[in-house]
Design a protein around this ligand. Structure first.
Ligand code: ATP
Ligand code: MG
Length: 552
């Protein structure tokens, strides 16, 4: 039984509970098996939380295994980024990192075993011929003319494949299963093919590489995996998984179970498509804050806890669906609302001058870092005669619904004084350049003594002490909810997914913040410093807006 009450309840946990109760397994051993052909995305986070979560809940083990049988598409950089992302999410794999390529010798030996038992053969059909022989969903396939080659000859041919005596594509090794099966994947699937490609782990040792269906089940068995969890598109392949393990002399017997993959609206989730976005420069890299990658979310200011919470909220089922972006954003918003400090930043500044404030004076005001939680303490915010406020926070005239600064009316500056707008100065285009104000020096931290009611509170930054910054506002990456369904998915990219503000001013305390650590810019949203920040110009990413702007 799982050892905590907070564990998820889903069909996989039910299967595990039963298997443990029946004594089928003594403990759980799961694995997370990424192919190192791209960065991990939020869909992988679902699989990571499931596999590593099971290990935590059942005090079992979970391996990190690189499923690295496709050397053309793989890269050692991805091997590194994947490890970093798993750790960042807060998980630790058991033992050494595993690689399918560690098992190439064993896999080769099992392939030889299949040949010896008359269950695999070297096939020389061209790809076109093979397609024709495979049949269709409605029609059975035909046996390959190479299906009945003798065991001795197959052994010799396979050895020649390994020795590099055939050209790429000239032949393959196929499992001899059933060309009439209603499952296409059972119609004598390819289990080895020739690729004269350097491998990031095994170098040039091999010119034949095993296919996923052959490799995955055997790797699971070698690692003594109990429950092999994968996404629904591998449902049919479970037949091949079982067939291979039933036809080789390996003792361990893992079982495969499938769950639905995570699909998220307004983004894409396949590494191939994400790679296209990177290669074609639609985004600034795999860790662009608009990407649904773990690295992108991290750079955007998401916390590991928010991603894990999201995976918990979406749950694990066998039903394919599309999750709203609002679900993911709600998780980070809830986390940051409770756990992030407040700061002030003016994104679209207009200058105010407090005419009756002493020239040259700077007051070091103590302002609370969190409105509900005193444990966050206070920080020093400099106040001076010239300040910036948000241009949208001022109007020359407005009705009572506008609770901000209006000509001849009062408003409170957050953590500071009540001010009144007296007059404005405009440029030749009629745009306001300066708002001249007065302040009531009796109102620092208290209401006006004569009982005047001041309802509005706006944020501000000292013009003298504030720091110029760039702010990047992100929106959905695509214009349509399901870009993967479009003929040309890149054509539905949202041209306004990034809006850069170059004139923002932030309070000095923000300089100390490290990249990726989000705070709330009062009234404006949650933001974190970006890695592009320089000593001259900090750059901030908007992690998420204060409220759900997607709804409705
Ligand atoms: P992609 O199409 O993004 O390349 P993949 O399945 O080819 O995905 P792998 O690296 O093979 O990527 O995946 C590692 C593990 O993560 C697999 O067990 C896979 O089933 C799981 N996984 C991948 N994408 C998702 C997703 N969107 N939701 C849940 N699990 C996923
Ligand atoms: Mg894959």
């Amino acid at each position: 039984m799982a050892d905590n009450d907070n564990r998820p309840s889903n069909f996989i946990y039910n299967i595990i509970d039963k298997d443990l109760a029946d004594g089928k397994y003594q403990t759980t051993h799961t694995r997370f098996p990424p192919e190192p052909n791209g960065f991990l995305h939020i869909g992988h986070a679902k699989s990571i939380c499931l596999n590593f979560g099971i290990a935590q809940d059942y005090q079992g083990q979970c391996n990190l295994r690189f499923d690295d049988t496709n050397p053309e598409k793989e890269d050692i950089d991805y091997v590194h980024s994947i490890q970093e992302d798993v750790k960042w999410l807060g998980f630790e794999w058991d033992g050494e990192i595993c690689y399918s390529s560690n098992y190439f010798d064993q896999l080769y030996a099992y392939a030889v075993e299949l040949i010896e038992n008359g269950k695999a053969y070297v096939c020389f059909l061209s790809p076109d011929e093979a397609r024709e022989y495979r049949g269709t969903l409605k029609e059975p396939g035909k046996n390959s003319p190479y299906r009945d080659t003798s065991v001795e000859e197959n052994l010799a041919l396979f050895e020649k494949m390994r020795a590099g005596e055939f050209k790429e594509g000239e032949c393959v090794l196929r499992a001899k299963i059933d060309m009439a099966s209603s499952f296409m994947c059972m119609r004598d699937p390819i289990i080895y093919r020739i690729r004269f490609t350097h491998h990031h782990q095994t170098g040039d040792k091999w010119c034949i590489y095993p296919m996923y269906d052959f490799t995955h089940c055997i790797s699971d068995a070698i690692e003594n995996i109990s429950h092999s969890l994968c996404t629904l598109e591998f449902q049919d392949n479970r037949r091949v998984y079982d067939w291979i393990l039933d036809n080789i002399s390996i003792e361990a017997r893992p079982h495969q179970y499938e769950f639905s993959r995570l699909n998220l609206e307004y983004t894409v989730m396949s590494k191939r498509k994400l790679n296209t976005l990177v290669v074609d420069n639609h985004v600034a890299g795999w860790d662009d804050p608009r990407m649904p990658t773990i690295a992108g979310l991290r750079r955007r200011g998401f916390t590991p806890a928010s991603v894990v919470e999201f995976c918990k909220r979406i749950g694990v089922t066998k039903v394919d669906n599309m999750v709203e972006m609002g679900m993911l954003e709600a998780c980070i918003r809830d986390d940051l609302n409770a756990n992030s400090a407040r700061r002030m930043a003016v994104l679209d500044p207009v200058k105010i001058v407090i005419e009756n404030y002493p020239e040259g004076q700077v007051e070091e005001l103590q302002v609370a870092n969190h409105p509900q939680n005193e444990e966050f303490g206070k920080r020093t915010v400099p106040f001076s005669k010239e300040l910036y406020i948000e241009r949208e926070d001022f109007r020359e005239s407005a009705n009572n619904k506008f609770k901000r600064l209006v000509l001849d009316k009062e408003v409170r500056l957050r953590g500071a004084y009540v001010i009144k707008a007296e007059r404005v100065e405009k440029d030749e285009n009629g745009e306001i350049t300066t708002i001249f104000c007065s302040y009531d020096d009796e109102t620092l931290g208290k209401n006006p003594s004569d009982g005047r009611k001041v309802k509005g509170v706006i944020h501000w930054v000292s013009a003298e002490k504030g720091i110029k910054a760039e702010v990047r506002l992100y929106d959905r990456l695509f214009k349509v909810p399901n870009p993967a369904a479009e003929e040309d998915f890149a054509a539905s990219l949202n041209p306004e997914s990034l809006v850069t503000l170059t004139d923002a001013v932030v309070e000095p305390a923000l300089i100390e913040l490290e990249a990726g650590n989000a705070v709330q810019f009062e009234r404006m949203g949650y933001f974190c410093p970006d890695v592009d920040s320089t000593a001259d110009k900090p750059v901030f990413n908007r992690t998420v807006t204060l409220r759900d702007t997607w709804a409705g």
